[in-house]
Design a protein around this ligand. Structure first.
Ligand code: 26W
Length: 826
């Protein structure tokens, strides 16, 4: 009997710069098949990326082993969007190799900027919801929580925004043009997903609740995963992204040889279209069939992968909810509830009631909006055609649910109609939020006011029926990307003051910075950090727009998706008011100010695209006016994204959070800006309220109607009355109407004026005076730089609560009930 040969040992990656450079050169040779002399930019970047990635793989392998051994409860985060941001510097920081970037770039003979140009950010999301998902994954890994993120690997991410004559134009985001060195394809775990087709009674099931679904078409789901390293710990979790591919026999050779080239690949194109592109809407559902196919594709692939992982270490189904907790990131992945029911009942032959109990104990739902138009509903007819078996399951779920409601509220048919998962009417529709609440253990809003409004309005009947299901988990942001990576100067100053980098994983430690507000030397250094960040931003703005901004001026920042409820038009009315004031009185002592906008509008959102055009037109008029431009500059930076945010946020003095109270679920940009020492001007909306409560009312510029006042006013609102009784407001609106910002063409921006004087749905005119006067208070405060710097320090010092680590801890305590699993060092 021959001796068993010892298991081959894995080559461990060394920890020194020399080891790193050795691996770099060999990766260039053996991975890219090229030499230092002939290496291209992409060669250099990929090789660097792979060499950093290898250092994460080590930890990932040990994490997987630790998780396998512990067989813990896992959090599975299902999201249609992830805004991960650039990977290179993050992974260099998380592998402790950050300081090697410069020498290594030299080794590769590539200037750092050129190398980083290939570090494209995967724009697999629209805005807040997608970025929050990325921050939460970062914090789950940092807190050693066993977790996997599931998403879609869109071939084209969020469109690239450019301006032609001031108007937004969208360009496809071909983010994997040079490939993606940070992902690992895992074809062995591919899945097959069905659509359309018919259902039939399962012959051996008396209850009639088990059925046989025969799909009309199938596609393959190919996974690839990216590593999600924790900071200051060994854990490396993963995010698994699914790509749709045609099933093997889809290429129609006979058609091809008959010269019908297009038809020959029709099925292939049809299949791959499912993960072709991200839907660029971030708050208005379009009801497109392909979007529903995307959503089901995501959940069908992910649930099978979750079950595959569960069955590696567990048997039976009773224990499933103890090992698997699934968080639904809004309603986009809510079909997971019906898919788990189908798999349990039809495929694994679990009894309906047990299956339903398992399903409800497995899922939790986070709602991210209050806008009725953002709450998804799908036509019953479409679901019956696209996912016939799932529509049957929804009927059954609704049947048993309404039985429970009828028992609780006997005879209250109105309650039944309001709670039903099915919205009756000319076109019957499925209310996805209702399905999410009925099929989940916990439901949460993303800020205190949001959760309160959810339980008082949108989901009121459910909150009355199941009050114990509703929780608040206020959003958070990762300090690793949005302070340490984005603002190294401020990080160094904080670390110097606090003694070590412990604050990066315990952000409440920032509190101690508060003691430094009476230390003039510290205040000077704090101001200097902000000034240098503004110099960098000025260089970036000039390079990307040609506009020269003054780093000494008050940097007034509004960066977020364009949407009427966020009220970029209110900011613009303030800009035009300043413009008018300076033109009327050139000697007016106006505080020099740079107003910096950033944000995309959904391609179909014409009102917001027109507003973007107007912002660029006003910017043009301001920046080219010899008098005004000495004290006021307006810039709309093109193609705002995570990378741009990391540039802008460290340089911001004033953070614009001016949505109509009751409309912004939370906001997360507000948190990033406060943490980087920007002072907020804002309404009592979303997380602004919690920011103000923590930083102190004296360190926050509050204005505007609160939610209740806004609701009252709306009942009898006449925007024109505000226009008539406020001369400055009238002058600002008239300026737009005059065509002065459109080379005399009064028609171009007329729709903006009509919307303001017509419905003004988000009460911008009603809040105008309070806002403009509040901006005067801002200018006043800015004149006293000592006072401003203290406000800036205190905003940062008292914003530790808004770390996504705290958010994840809340999810763990209130909803997930998972324990961390420590991963031992190599
Ligand atoms: C159906 C189209 C659609 C797509 C995306 C509707 C709604 C969405 C998202 C829910 C919109 C979104 O990103 N919401 C934002 O989520 C953030 C994270 O919780 C919050 O901070 C923002 O306030 C909220 O607008």
């Amino acid at each position: 009997m021959t001796e068993a040969r010892p298991r081959p040992k894995m080559r461990t990656v060394g920890g020194t710069l020399e080891d790193f450079e050795r691996d770099l050169i060999s990766n260039l040779y053996y991975q890219r098949g090229t030499t230092l002399e002939s290496a291209s930019g992409p060669d250099a970047y990929h090789t660097l990326a792979v060499t950093v990635r290898d250092r994460l793989v080590d930890r990932y392998a040990r994490t997987a082993a630790a998780h396998y051994a512990a067989n813990p409860r896992f959090v599975y985060y299902l999201s249609a969007e992830y805004l991960l941001g650039r990977q290179l510097r993050q992974n260099l920081l998380y592998t402790g190799a950050e300081q090697w970037l410069r020498p290594v770039a030299e080794d590769l003979g590539a200037p750092l900027e050129e190398l980083e140009a290939y570090d494209v950010e995967p724009g697999l999301g629209n805005g807040g919801l997608g970025r929050l998902a990325a921050c939460l994954l970062d914090s789950m890994a940092t807190l050693d929580i066993p977790a996997v993120g599931y998403g879609i690997r869109y071939e084209f991410g969020i469109f690239k925004q450019a301006f032609r004559d001031g108007a937004q134009v969208e360009r496809p985001d071909d983010w994997t043009f040079y490939g993606n060195p940070w992902e690992f394809p895992a074809p062995d775990d591919r899945q097959v997903v069905g659509f359309y087709g018919t259902t039939a009674r399962a012959l051996d099931d008396p209850t009639g609740l088990r059925r046989q679904w025969t799909p009309g078409e199938t596609v393959r789901g190919e996974p690839s995963h990216m590593l999600v390293p924790g900071f200051g710990t060994q854990t490396v979790n993963m995010i698994r992204l699914w790509r749709a591919r045609a099933s093997r026999e889809s290429f129609d050779l006979s058609r091809f040889s008959a010269g019908q080239y297009k038809e020959a690949v029709e099925d292939i194109v049809r299949a791959e279209n499912i993960s072709k592109v991200l839907y660029p809407d971030d708050s208005t559902e379009q009801g497109r069939e392909l979007r529903l196919k995307q959503q089901y594709f995501l959940v069908a692939c992910s649930l099978r992968d979750i079950i595959r992982r569960y069955r590696l270490r567990n048997t039976g189904w009773d224990g499933f909810p103890a090992k698997v907790v699934i968080q639904l990131n809004d309603t986009h992945p809510v079909m997971a509830i019906t898919e788990l029911m189908r798999l349990l009942v039809d495929v694994y032959r679990v009894d309906w009631d047990l299956a339903w109990s398992i399903t409800r104990r497995t899922f939790n739902y986070t709602c991210h909006t209050l806008l009725p138009e953002a709450l998804e509903t799908w036509p019953v007819a479409l679901l019956e055609r696209l996912l016939p078996r799932h529509m049957e399951i929804i009927y059954s779920i609704n049947h048993f649910f309404l039985q429970e409601v009828a028992a609780t509220y006997p005879g209250d048919v109105d309650k039944l109609r309001r709670l039903s998962i099915i919205e009756e009417g000319s076109e019957r529709r499925v209310r996805m939020a209702h399905l999410a609440v009925v099929g989940s253990t916990a439901v949460n809003g993303v800020a205190e006011l949001h959760t309160r409004l959810l339980t008082a309005t949108t989901l009121r009947d459910f909150a009355e029926l199941w009050p114990y299901k509703f929780h608040n988990v206020t959003n958070g942001v990762t300090p690793r990307r949005f302070i340490r990576l984005a603002n190294p100067r401020l990080s160094a100053l904080i670390t110097d003051r606090l003694g070590d980098e412990g604050w990066l994983t315990d952000l409440e430690r920032l509190e101690r910075l508060g003691d430094a507000v009476d230390d003039p030397e510290f205040l000077t250094r704090w101001r200097e950090v902000k000034r240098q960040n503004k110099v960098d931003l000025a260089r970036h703005v000039e390079r990307s727009t040609g506009v020269v901004i003054d780093p000494e001026a008050l940097c007034d920042v509004m960066i977020k998706r364009f949407h009427e409820y966020k009220r970029q038009h209110l900011k613009l009315l303030h800009v035009i008011t300043l413009f008018n004031r300076i033109r009327e009185n050139p000697d007016l002592d106006v505080v020099p100010r740079t107003v910096l906008f950033g944000g995309k509008a959904a391609p179909g959102y014409h009102a917001m695209k027109l507003l973007i055009h107007l912002v660029n037109a006003v910017a043009e008029a301001v920046d080219t006016d010899p008098v005004v431009s000495r004290r006021l500059k307006v810039v709309l930076l093109p193609d705002y994204n995570v990378t741009k945010a990391q540039f802008i946020i460290p340089a911001a003095d004033l953070s614009e959070q001016i949505s109509l109270a009751g409309k912004e679920a939370s906001g997360t940009g507000n948190m990033k800006l406060a943490l980087n020492g920007a002072v907020t001007i804002g309404t009592l909306d979303g997380a602004n309220i919690e920011i103000r409560d923590r930083v102190g009312a004296e360190n926050f510029f509050l204005f505007g109607l609160n939610t209740a006042d806004a609701a009252d006013l709306r009942r009898h609102y006449r925007p024109r009355a505000f226009y008539e009784q406020d001369p400055e407001l009238r002058a600002a609106v008239d300026a737009i109407a005059s065509g002065v910002f459109a080379k005399g063409d009064r028609a171009l921006f007329a729709p903006v004026v009509d919307a303001m004087l017509g419905r003004d749905e988000y009460l911008a005119l009603a809040d105008y005076r309070s806002y403009v006067d509040c901006q005067e208070a801002v200018a006043e405060a800015w004149r006293d730089q000592e006072r401003w710097t203290r406000m800036s320090v205190l905003n940062s010092a008292r914003s530790g609560f808004f770390s996504s680590d705290r958010t994840v801890r809340d999810y763990c305590d209130l909803i997930w009930r998972v324990e961390p699993v420590r991963v031992s060092p190599a």
